[in-house]
Design a protein around this ligand. Structure first.
Ligand code: FES
Length: 324
């Protein structure tokens, strides 16, 4: 069950490859672009093995065009969303929601540090443009596996000059998170998007440095876990069910398809609405959300069904839906 969402017809105006695995799409809604702000994402209906599902993509750049821009990484393994998106051609029709922002940029800090990991660059591009245009004190750090993955690198270099530093892990370059945080002015804001491992490290270093939690803002993408996604089982004794969750599907999808009504909203591991109670687990729970604290994740008492998975076994859930 999801909060009501209006879907609108749209088409692909153009697409281009930013790297071997990242493709940018310009999507023009038939009714025109709705007002949006930097940090927003756009829901897109995708067809996966004959089922309609929703994927959420950050809008790239700044408002002002008559099309939305998103960039989609071809996931391996794919839950099917990126496969669908990469199958679109110029002129292809699709259904989209309206831009929604859970990652808003405020301009009231003395300094900003933007941190992007991999495809987490997508919401950060517009933030860099917007902050630079306003003359804000902004620095950016962009970490990828190899130089070929530095999508939007040229645009960001033009925008930020030497305020942008990039880190390619295959060249032995490592982002020193603690040092970056230590160099920030009091009440500086850190805005980050990237894989869960990067965000967990940022959250821990931020707390260790004694900085206010509200000054760290972040967003993740739902396919970045500690383990490669693999199938796992789930048991629901209250419902008398045992289900299999395939590698390319989420626990949330499987629960809802089986009639175990589970609340959800963001499907990105951020809002916590889909959290379910864990009775026991066999194997390791791969928490892929940014909703629970490190301590809560360690206790393994709950998990976010939209993104989290189990590695090497399965999980027994108490109940998937509690109205209170
Ligand atoms: S739906 Fe938001 S965390 Fe799962």
């Amino acid at each position: 069950m999801r909060n009501n969402q209006d879907w609108h017809p749209a088409n692909v105006r153009a697409h281009r490859d930013l790297s071997a695995t990242v493709r940018e799409f310009e999507i023009r809604p038939e009714g025109g672009v709705k007002p949006w702000s930097v940090g927003s994402h756009l829901d897109v209906r995708v067809e996966v093995d004959g089922r309609e599902e929703t994927r959420s993509y950050s809008l790239v750049g700044v408002p002002g065009d008559d099309a939305y821009r998103i960039a989609v990484k071809r996931a391996q393994p794919s839950r099917g969303g990126s496969r669908f998106m990469w199958g679109l051609e110029t002129g292809s029709e699709l259904s989209i929601g309206e831009p929604n922002n859970h990652f808003e940029l405020s301009f009231n800090a003395p300094q900003f540090l933007l941190v992007a990991g991999g495809i987490g660059i997508t919401p950060i591009v517009g933030m860099a443009q917007m902050l630079a245009a306003r003359g804000a004190n902004v620095q950016m750090r962009y970490a990828v596996r190899s130089a070929a993955e530095l999508v939007y690198g040229d645009r960001l270099r033009q925008t930020l000059g030497d305020r942008l530093k990039t880190f390619c892990s295959d060249a032995g370059e490592r982002l020193d998170i603690a040092a970056e945080i230590a160099a920030l002015a009091p009440r500086a804001q850190l805005l980050a998007c990237g894989p869960i491992t990067l965000l967990d490290a940022l959250r821990e270093a931020w707390a260790t440095a004694g900085r206010p939690a509200a000054d760290l803002r972040f967003e993740t993408f739902g396919n970045s876990g500690r383990y490669v996604a693999q199938p796992f089982w789930v048991e629901l004794p209250r419902h008398g069910l045992r289900l299999e969750v395939p590698a390319e599907r989420s626990l949330l999808d499987v629960l809802n398809e089986a009639g175990v009504e589970t609340l959800y909203d963001c499907q990105r591991g951020e809002c916590g609405l889909c959290a379910v109670d864990v009775v026991s687990a066999t194997g390791s729970i791969d928490h892929r959300d940014v909703f629970f604290s490190a301590h809560e994740k360690q206790s393994n008492q709950r998990l976010c069904a939209c993104v989290s998975r189990v590695h090497g076994g399965g999980v027994v859930l108490d109940s998937a839906y509690r109205p209170d």
